[in-house]
Design a protein. Structure first.
Length: 560
């Protein structure tokens, strides 16, 4: 009789022709809501489901030798301070697609999100850096990185968005949007957007990982920050500022690059990454749109502390000032063609004579007694750089006023069009194009590599909307087990909405699978199964049903 009642309940819930309302089921990753910096260690291989919306809590570590797999279309909402840390020796397989990107974003509702709502994503590896066993930035306990394996792999990270990240534990102790410490060249990393980070959007601490198709949007600190000997190749990057968001306690720059914290650093390996085809658009979008009084925006690029960073075929504009080579060692590397800034279209005025700004006009001398100044270097004839005294991007053929509907594509015939060059040996292996910057001139932005997977209005996006209508997917049901609590056995009733492979597993509170009840192809229909927990200890368990287009999880209690 009880079985009949349960089946009748299922039929009444999913009657033919009935309008349906549904949202994805939810699950918690980590120690639980409002757990702050409480550590949680994933010491098993774990695969998430795109049919579940996850809430990331605490400091979630993927421990060494284990993996976390995140399929295309998965959404992860970050609780306060929550941070995903893939430890050295562990791997992440975040494999989104243009049509179904993976999204890490704020737990807050649309309209209430802010930079720094949660932590961010940290990838750690065994590739070389110029420090011995450093801890990753952000105050993360147990976040060591680096080694001697240049081709080390931390897995795959592609078609991923990271939004409203950069939680500030305390001043100068924040998490970036995507932090990479000693990540090796065996890692596949491309098509990643970081939006409204309260610290840097992307930061590399050493490592050799190559990357392409990166987007920074609305960040408050630096767009691309390289330190501690990072030596990878990066191509096709787009940075776009929101004029009303900047670092309230520091400087907001486009590029920032150091070898380490010393202006006379000789630590090896040197920071020597190569960037090409970058478009950085600062807060001065037009003659009428710019940051308000009191902003802390500064340079399109700050290169300092003995860095050997290289930038080719790029567009940098819309910042208060253009380029700062901050110390004599860095200037000497530029003078001696150890560091290259080549084929760059830059729009930025010089600082006024007698400026009392912290970085005064001595950063831009035509020459000085010992080392050619920044301007002399930048204007070398054979470097084919272009400098406009206008802040705004119109000087290089870009006209844009709406950051939520951006158009960073230069016009055909503009200065960046046809002026790229890839003959420098440092660009071996880069894709060869005819233009400077990230986008092909003249082509619609809707057809560029940013199409479909990026989001330039994350504030208003509902990541788990309730949908209704007869076009909604076929509903499914995983009913509460009976009896519950139970000892030692209980019955689970469930519905398979469509033919396909079905898995029903039982997990303990640590997320470890303790029983597989179903793992086979099944026809659509209603089913029940008996679960005997005779060999398990008392406690809370979870049972999860998944199949083609559906996934649900419920809780049960074994009470002896």
């Amino acid at each position: 009789m009880k079985k009949c009642i349960l089946l009748l309940l299922i039929a009444s819930l999913f009657g033919a022709g009935q309008a349906l309302a549904y949202a994805k089921p939810t699950a918690v990753l980590g120690p639980g809501l409002n757990s702050g910096r409480t550590a949680y260690h994933q010491a098993w291989n774990r695969t998430l489901s795109a049919d579940t919306v996850y809430t990331l809590t605490g400091l979630y570590y993927v421990d060494s030798l284990y993996t976390i797999t995140i399929p295309a279309g998965t959404t992860v909402l970050g609780d306060t301070a929550a941070t995903l840390i893939v430890k050295r020796g562990a791997k992440i397989y975040a494999t989104g697609s243009a049509h179904e990107p993976i999204v890490f974003t704020s737990l807050r509702a649309p309209g209430a999100r802010n930079p720094g709502d949660w932590g961010g994503v940290i990838l750690l590896g065994r590739a070389p850096c110029n420090k011995v066993e450093p801890l990753i930035e952000g105050g993360i306990i147990g976040g060591s990185y680096g080694g001697s394996v240049a081709d080390d792999t931390t897995g795959v990270f592609k078609y991923v968005r990271i939004e409203y990240c950069g939680y500030r534990f305390q001043l100068n102790n924040e998490v970036n949007g995507l932090t990479m410490g000693g990540v090796g060249s065996g890692t596949e990393l491309h098509h990643v957007q970081v939006s409204y980070s309260f610290d840097d959007s992307f930061e590399w601490f050493g490592g050799t990982v190559n990357a392409k198709y990166l987007v920074c949007f609305g960040g408050t600190d630096d767009e691309f920050d390289t330190d501690f000997g990072y030596a990878g190749n990066v191509q096709f990057c787009f940075g776009l500022r929101d004029p009303y968001f900047w670092d309230p306690t520091g400087e907001s720059n486009g590029f920032e690059s150091d070898n380490d914290g010393s202006s006379t650093s000789a630590a090896v390996p040197y920071t020597s990454a190569v960037f090409s085809n970058v478009t950085l658009i600062g807060p001065y979008l037009s003659t009428t749109i710019g940051p308000p009084i009191g902003h802390r925006y500064q340079y399109g690029a700050v290169l300092r502390r003995s860095t050997k960073l290289n930038v080719f075929n790029s567009i940098i504009g819309g910042y208060p000032w253009g380029l700062s080579l901050r110390d004599n060692f860095t200037k000497e590397f530029a003078r001696d063609s150890v560091m290259w800034l080549n084929r760059i279209s830059m729009t930025a005025p010089l600082l006024p004579t007698g400026s009392t700004h912290i970085h005064d006009e001595t950063r831009w001398p035509a020459a000085d007694a010992r080392i050619p100044g920044v301007l002399a270097y930048f204007n070398r004839t054979n470097y084919r750089n272009y400098l406009s005294s206008q802040r705004h991007l119109a000087a290089v053929g870009i006209n844009m006023t709406d950051i939520n509907n951006p158009n960073p594509v230069p016009a055909i015939g503009s200065e960046p069009d046809g002026s790229a060059d890839f003959s420098n040996g440092k660009l071996a292996g880069f894709a060869t194009v005819q233009y400077r910057g990230a986008f092909k001139p003249g082509d619609s932005f809707a057809t560029q590599w940013t199409a479909e997977w990026t989001n330039f209005n994350p504030q208003d996006t509902d990541y788990n909307p309730v949908q209704t209508g007869t076009d909604a997917p076929i509903a499914k049901a995983l009913l509460q087990n009976f009896p519950n609590p139970f000892n030692p056995s209980t019955r689970i009733v469930y519905t398979v909405p469509s033919k396909g492979h079905v898995v029903l597993k039982v997990y303990d509170v640590a997320g470890k699978a303790v029983a597989t009840l179903v793992d086979k192809d099944m026809a659509a229909g209603n089913y029940e199964i008996n679960f005997n927990a005779e060999k398990l200890a008392s406690g809370v368990y979870f049972y999860s049903l998944s199949g083609v287009g559906f996934s649900e999880t419920r809780k049960m209690v074994l009470l002896r």
